[in-house]
Design a protein around this ligand. Structure first.
Ligand SMILES: [Zn+2]
Length: 431
């Protein structure tokens, strides 16, 4: 890109905030539900959002199109059209009655960056594309990142006909066809549209879905790693029901106390590892319940069901979580005369984000006077591009009240700071 003055670029981003505001409002209105917004993947609603952004991109003089899977692509052409391009963006879909900025903020930020380059008359050396991905939320088809997997060709063949939308029962292929995707052409495509050969970087801006930036009063954070996880979704402890008043301790097989001891001991293990300096770990017991058909205040519980969910940034920590859980379940089961069936163990490996890109984003923060805060994040489309061998990184923007709910709250001023960081990094990459 013809050299862009960082101060001028920041001012250009600022001047384009009305465009962002207008897009956010138009899409909110077009996809409103009883509360919040609902944009199912490959539906009329995410199609409407894509059309609104696409129209704005056309007005800016950008090249606008769809890849074969129906992901939106808005491109500012580079001087060398064959050089590997820069890709930025996030997802168009939302969860049912979800928040407005989850995903959408990343696509709008990408568009604002491209608009700012145009306003400055800056011609990038390579194509820069803002992408609106579909099917990121797992609630629709049971798996996450469907649009980005299709973009890099990592969705196994057959999934188009196997995956069914949770609420309609119709297949992904059927829903795609209903919004105009040429599914036969997608199936027959010789290669995916995005690869490490044609893409030099993927940068994703996303609202933070946790409390860190709000808590520390910072507008922007730079993720280090997309956490991996180890999960036991359907664990169970089986003991024996008994009369609460008539059963002395020595005759008890109390499933609830055993399960509670297991989760309490795992909580202690988590605290220990944190004290040891293992960074960015999480542990959640999202479900823990006795059987309502049989439980009673006056019964020793004979069964307790629960889930365990560990997250971390290293495979070593996650392996230890799994092994520790199994060992503890064995010991506590024997001591308390109950049986733990932990069920299937599922999970994903951590995905480190690209150190070079993170460094670039960090330096940009410094030049804009934004304190650098780095921490691990949850799963995002960026993980799919990273696993496809494309250097990937992210910018998180402060957002109150978490996400996947209508109360998400992102200030346009924070969005502006995040977009300045994103735009400056893209300018450097496309120089
Ligand atoms: Zn999201």
């Amino acid at each position: 890109m013809s050299r862009v003055d960082p101060g001028a670029l920041a001012a250009a981003v600022e001047a384009r905030l009305p465009l962002a505001d207008r897009l956010f409002e138009a899409i909110r209105e077009a996809t409103a539900d009883t509360v919040g917004v609902t944009r199912p993947a490959w539906s009329d609603e995410d199609e409407r959002a894509a059309s609104i952004v696409g129209e704005a991109a056309r007005d800016l003089g950008l090249e606008v199109g769809r890849d074969l899977a129906g992901n939106l692509r808005c491109t500012l052409p580079g001087a060398d059209r064959d050089a590997p391009g820069v890709l930025t963006g996030s997802h168009l879909d939302s969860v049912p009655t979800g928040g407005h900025y989850d995903g959408l903020a990343g696509l709008v930020a990408g568009l604002v960056a491209l608009a700012s380059f145009r306003d400055l008359g800056a011609k990038p050396a390579c194509d820069v594309t803002a992408i609106g991905l579909r099917g990121e939320e797992s609630v629709w088809y049971g798996i996450a990142y469907v649009g980005s997997r299709l973009a890099v060709g990592s969705l196994p063949a057959g999934e188009l006909d196997r995956l069914r939308r949770d609420d309609t029962g119709r297949t992904l292929a059927e829903h795609m066809a209903a919004v105009g995707v040429d599914v036969d052409a997608l199936r027959a495509a010789p290669r995916p549209p995005v690869s490490s050969a044609n893409t030099r970087a993927f940068l994703e801006l996303h609202i933070e879905q946790g409390p860190v930036l709000v808590g520390e009063d910072l507008p922007v954070g730079i993720p280090t790693t997309i956490r991996g996880n180890v999960r036991f979704p359907y664990a169970r402890c089986t003991g024996r029901y008994g009369h609460s008043g008539a059963t002395p301790r020595a005759w008890r097989h109390d499933a609830a106390l055993a399960a509670v001891e297991l989760v309490r001991t795992l909580d202690e293990f988590w605290i220990e590892r944190e004290a040891d300096g293992v960074p960015d770990t999480v542990f959640t017991v999202g479900k823990l319940y006795t059987d309502p058909a049989h439980h009673a205040m006056t019964k020793v519980p004979g069964r307790c069901d629960f889930s365990l969910n560990f997250g971390g940034t290293t495979k070593a920590f996650l392996d230890e979580c799994r092994d520790r859980t199994r060992a503890l379940a064995g010991r506590i089961g024997t001591e308390r005369r109950v049986e733990f069936e932990l069920g299937e163990c599922v999970g994903s490996d951590p995905t480190p984000l690209d150190p070079g890109l993170r460094d670039r984003l960090g330096k940009t923060c410094a030049s804009l006077g934004i304190p650098l805060r780095e921490f691990a994040t949850v799963g995002h489309d960026a993980s799919i591009f990273a696993r496809a061998g494309i250097p990937s990184a992210m910018v998180l923007v402060r957002n109150a009240h978490g996400s996947h709910n209508p109360d998400e709250a992102m200030d346009l001023a924070d969005f502006s700071e995040g977009t300045k960081v994103l735009a400056a990094a893209i300018a450097g990459l496309a120089a």
